[in-house]
Design a binder for this molecule. Sequence first.
Ligand code: HEM
Length: 404
Amino acid sequence: MIPYMIMTFLYFLVAVIAALAASFASWQIMPWFNGMVWLRVHFITLGILTQLVFGVMPILSAKHYGLPRPKMRWDIWLSLNAGIALLLIGIPLVSSVPIITGGTLVFIATALLLVQMAGIRAQSEKVSAITNGRKFYIAGLSYFLVGILVGTGLFTNWSGPLGIVGDAGEVHIHANNWGFMSLVFIGFFVDLYPKWAKRPLSNPKAITPIFWMMTTGALALILSPWFANTTLAAIGALLHTSANIWLLVIAIKPLRGDKPAWTPGMAQMLISYLWLFAPLSMAPFVIFGIESVLPAKLLEATTPQALIYGWLLQFGYAIVPYFFHRFFFDEETAELGGSWLSFWLVNVGAVFLWASILIQPVRGLLHGGAYMLWVASFIPVGIDLWKMVQKGMAKAETAVARPA
Ligand code: HEM
């Protein structure tokens, strides 16, 4: 697990620099630097979160089934990280060979992990009956394969041969966010909420219907831009949002009236879903292009950033430190990460970015302000992670050095 955590921390650092550059570019401090959106979005999505979830999913499922902890799969780690490195070269250069090779390697890493997850099975009926996150991880990884295929094809003209008649960029975003990440995050809630909240989710019977609503909702939201079919978008948005709201209800209910249970980590995880719902609520304006009320084109171009920073990054502020603590120090009872400072900075940042869409005269100022607030929100979490990397690696090296 350590190689995944080291790469996660590395990308955490470069994500800070990318956000800083984006802020300076919007404030015309570095007018010559346009701050590539792809880099700052994928340092978070691929570099931080995909990295971490690839490491933890097999360990959590094996643990649930009482199986020995799976050995480190270097083939998966190597193909994932070689793939990301080649994409970091190919996408900014819009060069097909590194893009296709990189995308193919990430696809192979995901397929290998999917096979590994499918092989982690209950050894008895009794255990398999207990609800766990495995099916969410497997469904999420399946949608990620679609997201990788379409993403790799965006700059290499695969959309036509794939039969995509609508917006291929949207197919990619939907497969990776409404599919991959949404499903994996619910898998984490199912497997880890009892540890995080020190009490069970309020209604375990809701997990299976939530799984099917989320999986079919994500499918409809992927096929909608694929076939330019707005009915599918409406069905998908309804199923997906209802499933997420149901999840939030069974996660918030057990915390009601218990103030100490609302730790910064728990608050960041639950509140982050506001920034998942926000773009979905704007969908009608984008789908029907109602420019008279809201700048639909700008909405479409900008809201993915608020989704990635407001939802994915904020959720990451809670779970990344939790997994670092758990796996560097072998403490299952580790606390969720994040702080009230990062909570306010990341959410005010997301408000600034949305305001930059709506308030034209100060758009650049607000857009730059959003990124500066997000840069500041990284710092308390970054310091926490750095301390854990230092102590965790010292502990690992001492263990290696100690004579058998
Ligand atoms: C192998 C993996 C991936 C590849 C090859 C890939 C490729 C791409 C490409 C080519 C774009 C278009 C950039 C542009 O138009 O400037 C894009 C945009 C995007 N991707 Fe990915 N991507 C990958 C993984 C992911 C993951 C895991 C996520 C999220 C969980 C993600 C979320 C996004 C978002 C939100 C955008 C829109 C960015 C914006 O325009 O603001 N991608 N991706």
